[in-house]
Ligand binder design. Structure first.
Ligand code: FES
Length: 133
């Protein structure tokens, strides 16, 4: 399993979630009393972003129609959930939140894409001169 840093622990307020991108995946990462959980950020009912859901205990409730999911497993636990969502192992290293992914050809592609985004951002920061040349 490969772990990828996706956010800093102080970027997610207690009782809230944020959406992070890893390759083509959108993943909701939640802070529940200092414990972090990660689920696909896509409600299987009609596609709402679960990162904006309401946390109660270790469940998150979809903001659109009220389906609930267990943050520890991704299993649907109520409402029109139509099943569950993928969950991801979370590891804290220093102040980094890292998500675990099985190493497959697809995940390596996703990881490459994640790295590419960082390179692209750094290119945006380059100084291209002031035009006096
Ligand atoms: S989109 Fe989530 S419950 Fe409908």
């Amino acid at each position: 399993m490969a772990f990828i840093p996706v956010a800093k622990i102080d970027e997610i307020a207690l009782g809230k979630g944020i959406c992070v991108r890893v390759g083509r995946k959108s993943i909701a990462v939640f802070n529940v009393e200092g414990n972090f959980y990660a689920l696909d950020d896509f409600c299987p009912h009609k596609g709402a972003p679960l990162a904006g859901g309401y946390i109660s205990g270790t469940d998150v409730t979809c903001p659109w129609h009220g389906a609930s999911f267990d943050l520890t497993t991704g299993n649907g636990v109520g409402g029109p959930c139509g099943g569950g969502v993928a969950s991801y192992p979370v590891r804290i290293t220093g102040d980094d939140i890292e998500l675990g992914f099985e190493e497959t050809a697809q995940s390596r592609d996703d990881e490459d894409e994640y790295d590419y985004d960082e390179e692209e951002e750094s290119r945006d920061d380059e100084d291209f001169g002031d035009g006096d040349d």
